[in-house]
Design a protein around this ligand. Sequence first.
Ligand SMILES: *Cc1c(COP(=O)(O)O)cnc(C)c1O
Length: 445
Amino acid sequence: MTTVTLSGTAAGSTDGLSVWPASTTRLPHGGLAVGGVPLTEIADRFDTPAYVLDEGEVRTRCRTYRDAFPDAEVLYAAKAFLSRAMVHWVAEEGLGLDVCSAGELELAVTAGFPPERVLLHGNAKSPRDIEAALRLGVGRIVIDSASEIARLAAAVGPGGHQKVLVRIVPGISAGGHEKIRTGTDGQKFGLSLTDGSAQHAVTRILGQPQLELVGLHCHIGSQITEVKPYLTAVRRAVGLMARIRDAHGVTLPELDMGGGHGIAYCPGEPALDLTALAGRLRAELVESCAAAGLPVPRLAIEPGRAIAGPAGIALYRVLAVKRTGERVFVAVDGGMSDNPRPALYGVRYAPRLIGRPSAAVPCTATVVGRHCEAGDVLAADVELPADVRPGDLLAVPVAGAYQLSMASGYNLVGRPPVVAVGGGAARLLMRRETLDDFRRRDVGD
Ligand SMILES: *Cc1c(COP(=O)(O)O)cnc(C)c1O
């Protein structure tokens, strides 16, 4: 079996393009093309900043998951990036969808996504979230707190029926940054195994005839590059399933292990080995269930970042270069309003000068945004040609997840457009946000 990791292209692995989409090709004069479209052409046509999404890369990643997990349900985590085109691609590739708001849900369903293949989760679901989920008929709702149980049961109504899962906290610390570790006690998500609140919630759900408890759910964190935390989580989840069977005589048919699969943002960084995860997760599940005398539940997984992240590229124009003391600041026309991840999690990126050749020696530079915060840093201490100058184009790979979906309106810069590429053609998926958009929302005087 070939080993599939969640990043890295065989074609690009030798020339610094290892984290770029597989379709990336070099052009003369320092250019790059993705999906057969030169990035400079996209910058000229759609202006900067702009986000490029390689449709083929998204679809390939969906298929890679389906192939690696043939017995599991794969749900794309919409919060990583969502648009109507993305909804279509994910649906066509046979994945389900994981949403956490009425907004994500309605966008998906109105774009044609089958609601029965949607799962709604969230630690604080609003009445509107629940109303939309029931009205549209989502397949599953993940219970995240005790107070939600009666509320959901009442909303479903005595004659109604809704499949639910319980989100458990298996007590595992994993993930690329403290702010994205969700598998331990002492954070806001899920119901703890250690203090008994998960067991208590299960009992209460089983007492609500209109709620059908079909399984357990856990999502231990994000940007996880090791298989082991998932195996521990599976063991603990199966342990709870056995206790539920013993206490209530109920065998749960589903186990959702969430997402969190780590990817490389810079060449040389580790990524989660998807083949290893698939094989060892299944083996652990089969073994734990055999030991507990349980049938093997249907597995679900929810990758977000690993599907959208490596398919996206951010394009920026350099506006200013400032040399202060030892440091070189390269300021671009975007920043924390289109990518808050460096400010939130201190992550690293590998921006690249494109569109002109440079024979200059590399210098260490800090790529910053245009916003009014000293923390508006996009990429600290990266290598760029020493002659980097205003007017240059920078491209940042692995920009497809948790950037635009977390974008803000800060400084009224306006959110960038999203351009899909594939087969040598570019098409606009989302237009640039304009002053007109801001003025239309601003209805007071
Ligand atoms: C965010 C999230 C995911 C996706 O996480 P990734 O790190 O993008 O794979 C999956 N499931 C749940 C419940 C989440 O909150």
